[in-house]
Design a protein around this ligand. Structure first.
Ligand SMILES: N[C@@H](CCC(=O)N[C@@H](CS)C(=O)NCC(=O)O)C(=O)O
Length: 250
């Protein structure tokens, strides 16, 4: 069987050639200490952007492997071996490839609990996940690349129609989000309370997308205020699509 990663190769090698395998296990541990995680993503993918924010915020030493969605690299057999849905992000950690940004986010949160991105208390955590859900379940899936391509291909929707579709569903979700965070944000810096949570991690990439499709944001003052505060934080600034190695030069 072809190993899918360096980590798997070393695991297999270690198992077959003990006691030389002990050396491999030691090397493997050292390598994992140097680069704990590898993110397969795309600069403009908002689900990848979420994971970049989290890895930065938690100060994880991570590698980035671009997957060119514009060239269809997500559809290759090699990539689908990591994620059969053909989506980024995929995170390789502990020799395992994980997909689905909520699962990846909670995995990182479990592994690096500080600084925490989920508040203490059941109700508070549920309130944060509720906000995440508005973005991750009710806005993002109906405006990702494959859906927009389908609209163009099967229903002959043009660029203006695609942008209008995106604005409609981002706007509907943001109206709900705004009404909730207007009460849940303590001072307009974050979505819930007075510190950063997963809700902000989900929100900011969606604001980036809203601007991309030219949604007018004036009716969302709390969202705008949170966006402006988060933009001043290095974890968000460094995760911005324009700052990624696979972003186009112009
Ligand atoms: N539910 C997934 C969604 C991931 C997703 O939609 N990824 C998009 C980029 S943001 C993608 O890879 N699209 C490729 C395509 O549509 O072909 C998650 O949260 O990770």
């Amino acid at each position: 069987m072809t190993p899918a990663s360096l980590t798997q190769f070393m695991d297999g090698h270690a198992a077959r050639y003990l006691p030389r395998g002990l050396l491999c296990l030691a090397m493997q541990a050292i390598l994992r200490t140097f680069k704990a995680m590898k993110l397969f993503g795309y600069y403009r993918s908002s689900a990848s952007y979420r994971i970049r924010i989290i890895l930065n915020y938690k100060n994880v030493d991570w590698d980035y492997q671009p997957v060119r969605l514009d060239l269809g690299e997500q559809h290759t057999a090699a990539f689908r071996a990591f994620n059969p849905l053909g989506f980024v992000p995929v995170l390789e950690a502990d020799g395992v490839a994980l997909s689905q940004s909520p699962a990846i986010a909670e995995y990182i949160e479990d592994r690096y609990p500080e600084p925490a991105l989920l508040p203490a208390g059941r109700s508070a955590r549920a309130a944060v996940r509720e906000l995440q859900g508005i973005i991750g379940c009710d806005i993002h899936p109906i405006q990702n690349l494959r859906v927009l391509k389908y609209l163009r291909r099967e229903f002959s929707v043009d660029d203006a129609g695609v942008a209008a579709w995106c604005r409609e569903w981002i706007g509907a979700g943001f109206r709900a989000y705004e009404s909730l965070v207007a009460n849940r944000s303590t001072d307009g810096r974050f979505s819930y309370g007075d510190s950063m949570t997963m809700a902000d991690v989900w929100l900011i990439p969606q604001v980036y997308n809203a601007r991309r499709f030219e949604l007018a944001l004036d009716e969302f003052p709390t969202i705008l205020s949170i966006d402006s505060h988060c933009a001043s934080m290095p974890a968000f600034a460094d995760a911005h699509p324009d700052r990624q190695v696979d972003a186009p030069a112009d």
